[in-house]
Design a protein around this ligand. Sequence first.
Ligand SMILES: C[S@@+](CC[C@H](N)C(=O)[O-])C[C@H]1O[C@@H](n2cnc3c(N)ncnc32)[C@H](O)[C@@H]1O
Length: 424
Amino acid sequence: MSPHFEFSPVKLVYGGDALGFQAGRTIFVPRVLPGERAEVEEVRRQKGVVHAQPLRILDPSPERIEPVCGYFARCGGCQYQHFSPESQAGAKVEILRETLRRLGKVNWDGNIPAHSGPAWNYRNQAQLKVGASPRGGRALGFYEAESNRLIPIDACPILSPRLNAVLATLQRSPWIDAFSPCRELEVMADERDESVMLTLAGSWNEPDAESLARKFLAELAGINTVAFVENPTVKAFGEPYLAYRVGDFTYRVSPTSFFQSARFLLPKMVTAVAGGESDGVALDLFAGVGLFTLPLAEGFDQVIAVESHPVAASDLAANTGTPKRKNIRAVGATAFDFLRRCAQMEPDLVVMDPPRAGVGVATLKLLLNLRPKRLRYLSCSPPTLARDLGFLLKHGYQLNGLDLFDCFPQTYHIESLARLSRLR
Ligand SMILES: C[S@@+](CC[C@H](N)C(=O)[O-])C[C@H]1O[C@@H](n2cnc3c(N)ncnc32)[C@H](O)[C@@H]1O
């Protein structure tokens, strides 16, 4: 096969690439759509699989659009800006369905409703890298796809307007010059897109950190918290945390605690995960700062929320610890350790929202000992969801529904909610 060849993919696969076959080989190419014909160039061959890059689109799909961002194709953040947002959600539904079938032997032929929000300015947080700029000096940016080469970024169209304003300011002198000990910078805005928390990771000496924080807080509009992280130490100046409101609840989110990033879809997702059920006992494993715990506690007699990250666990305790919330028990532990020590109980509902690694079979085995009646599994990783659902379906549970939340338009990421119930 010559290094340049024509390629027509058959489908999109998880990770953002299009998949096709040529001369008996499997080929993966980014930024080409099914139904298109493209001229592509081989860039790498691994175990007989060819990875290529598109050179020219010869026959474009009607679903192709012009990417809005000048960094697209170089920046590792977005994979789908060439693909109309309405079509992205439909494609993700099919990728989810196929990943579950292929990796978990989970055959779900039912509908998978896709919930979407605005396709731009939807992120309330970003993790920027700090490094040497090709223009000289330091810069803030994202890494190129599959590399750790920094692309300085002046604006990112998936970030909220406030975060873009902060990014544009920080990228300029004198702010950017202050970042030399910093490797990574996280910015997070509240639900009104007004108040911003900055978290800087690196090696700082205390007086420098403090004077830099005071300067940020005094001179940069909207910045109310500046935190320095040098693992495991976190030192915050200004407000000690960001207050984020979703529906009827306000959550304390400290620097380094996990919080959902899709600002527009968040209320709908919370209702889908934590609403519509009541009475009895609910477990919220992987609870974070308590996003689902508080709405669950409105309906259930008792809610036990489990979170392993120490900072998030202390936010969880603070968010759920008001006197009104006597029906919540917050536990700082891994889900595995909590379940291992768990006394006999039969939860009516278990909510699971694990990181990308999924819940895992060892933890699920312990969970099955409790014989929960219903499960809601929110996943950000179809492959690990496939593994875990495959296990649950073999062990007495049925899948009753699947929803897709297109929390991350322009990217390949897929957030989905599986609803299960015990068969006997
Ligand atoms: C995807 S986040 C979800 C958090 C929360 N449900 C939310 O939506 O804001 C996963 C959370 O699980 C926590 N976590 C990771 N591994 C864990 C484990 N083994 N046991 C309990 N919590 C864990 C992380 O610290 C993180 O807060």
